[in-house]
Design a protein around this ligand. Sequence first.
Ligand code: HEM
Length: 238
Amino acid sequence: MASRLCFTFTILLMSLSCLPCQAQLSSTFYDRTCPSALSTIRGAISAAVSREQRMAASLIRLHFHDCFVRGCDGSVLLDDTSSMNGEKNSLSNANSLRGFDVIENVKVGGPSWAVKLGRRDCLTASRDLADQNLPRFTNSLSELTSSFSSKNLNQRDLVAPLGWSTYIGQAKCFSFRDRVNSNASDIDPELARSLREDLPCPADGSGNANLAPFDALTPNTFDNSYFRNLVDRKGLIP
Ligand code: HEM
């Protein structure tokens, strides 16, 4: 029962905000109505991350993709129905967004930092809005900047979370195939060769699901090498 009541709270744990509901948010929102919510969520997340470290990154992304489409309302969790194309199968999410199983198997634990709670769960979801709102690896910098700016977020808000959230994350060959096969000038030729031949992510379209770390230099270490890699032309996706 606790898991049914609390499963959508997990997605609220991190701090992107939903402006229309902010006035009613509070870090003690569930203290009376669902006192074990936060401990339940922390336990489930700790267990999932100790099973697979990358899950920390996957959950941050799941949360980001929920919040970027009409706010942090859990809409990304909804399955398609006969009358609704939800967000799970949108361009940026299909076969890529992960962590749904963690959210559905919440069991025991506690929070690690105070987050204002109380956002209402959404009853509907929209694939069209997800396709329009979520960033794609094919977007230009000016498209990304204006997408973030439409949500009152600036370039700093765009760049900083990329560095701290991708230090542990991975991307599929699908999203960097063109980059490593096109002799692009903004990628280190040795990195491109290794992703083509060792991974492999060749031009023939095979290996779509093969994964590479965003931070090839020091994967799984929380440091600034994501940004240093970019300066050295060792970024993974365009
Ligand atoms: C703004 C432009 C962005 C673009 C174009 C972008 C694109 C992508 C792509 C293509 C992937 C790989 C997905 C796959 O291969 O399945 C990815 C993964 C990831 N993204 Fe983004 N992203 C952006 C912003 C962000 C932001 C702001 C955050 C943090 C809030 C974030 C967090 C992550 C994380 C943690 C992963 C790794 C997920 C995992 O390993 O499961 N991204 N992103």
